[in-house]
Ligand binder design. Sequence first.
Ligand code: AP5
Length: 191
Amino acid sequence: MGKKVVVTGVPGVGKTTVINGAMERLAAEGVAYKAVNFGTFMFEVAKKENLVSDRDEMRKLEKDVQKRLQQAAASGIAAMSGDANIIIDTHSSVKTPTGFLAGLPEWVLRELMPDIVVLVETDPDQILMRRLGDASRARDMEGYRAIAEHQEFNRAVSAAYAMYTGCTIKIVRNENFLLEQGIDDLVSVLR
Ligand code: AP5
């Protein structure tokens, strides 16, 4: 049975950047991982149903619609993962207009049963600058305090994921000028 690793972090913290670096490093060592983006699975369904025109609109959809898309993504990923080592790029929680929505509620965990949940974190001011510098996305503009609070909530809700599945929780720092260190940390849990 392959390893299932869920990688999470607030928007713009650099999850995808760290995952890509780790995948490259592992490929060079001959360790194969498949990386899938949970949001992309949700977006494919949402687009087909004409619910949104870009992925950043999904977190603003009605809660029950987001939950349905979430369920569809979880079963799609579970069906395609088989026995491979897999990295799932997603969110511990999603900030919606009516509050934080759990990214891995019971019906998602039951499908995925991760071995490890990784929280990619860095200082909120660095995240804010990364969001401002990325014109390709419609990211929420929040201040230091709101980003810090979201990261705190992600730690709290991840403790519940560990209680339900027995997975471990790994915190990986992805700091400015220290990307390679973040990649090293992720590689050490994936290897
Ligand atoms: P998703 O696409 O995952 O949105 P996101 O969090 O915005 O993810 P990104 O890939 O854009 O950000 P990132 O943290 O990976 O940062 P990146 O590497 O690009 O999800 C889309 C939507 O799907 C969600 O909003 C939600 O609606 C839905 N969704 C997903 N999962 C869900 C779930 N489980 N339940 C319900 N809904 C769900 O980097 C950002 C920038 O920082 C880049 O410019 C990069 O170059 C820079 N950077 C990275 N690292 C460093 C560094 N060390 N130093 C300096 N710059 C850096």
